[in-house]
Design a binder for this molecule. Structure first.
Ligand SMILES: [Zn+2]
Length: 163
């Protein structure tokens, strides 16, 4: 069993989450940076991570209108978790569990971090971005019952809970 912060995650599958830190020089010559987290069903090889990082660089270079050759990325070693935070949303790998099983799993995830949602944040703070309020949980675009299994989620092989 994998352990996180000393607490065993009982009964829930964990998946590797990699953080890609991207840095670049913008058109005004100023340094800028962002990071992107990605969860995968299985661990990725160095070659896979390298090609994912290069794709992210290409996408971001277009979006930010900067030169690819002025961009670089670093990828972290994986962190193992049951759910991954997105913008007012959490996602996990769709491994065939039922809606109820995903909701129970997310409930366990939330209860592991609910105690650290006060301000100011502690050093090892993990934000739930409002998911600690169970009434916020919803399906696609903030409507309907969670979890979201829309076309995008299905294509990406994940389920999401918006909040
Ligand atoms: Zn969806």
């Amino acid at each position: 069993m994998k352990k996180i912060d000393g607490d065993p995650i009982v009964g829930d599958p964990v998946h590797p989450i990699y953080t890609f830190a991207l840095a670049w020089i913008d058109q005004q010559g100023q340094p800028d940076r962002t990071s992107v987290c990605k969860m995968y069903a299985q661990e990725q090889s160095d070659a896979q991570l390298n090609s994912i990082g290069k794709e992210l660089v290409q996408e971001l270079a277009k979006v930010r209108d900067v030169r690819e050759d002025l961009m670089s990325f670093e990828v972290s070693s994986p962190k193992y978790e049951t759910w991954m935070l997105e913008w007012f949303c959490h996602a996990t790998i769709d491994d065939g569990r039922s809606d109820q099983e995903f909701l129970r799993s997310f409930s366990r995830y939330v209860s592991r971090y609910a105690h650290m949602q006060d301000w100011p944040p502690s050093e090892d703070f993990v934000t739930l971005m409002g998911a600690e309020d169970y009434w916020r949980w919803s399906g696609e675009k903030g409507q309907g019952d969670p979890p979201c299994r829309c076309e995008i989620c299905t294509e990406q092989g994940v389920v999401r809970i918006n909040h």
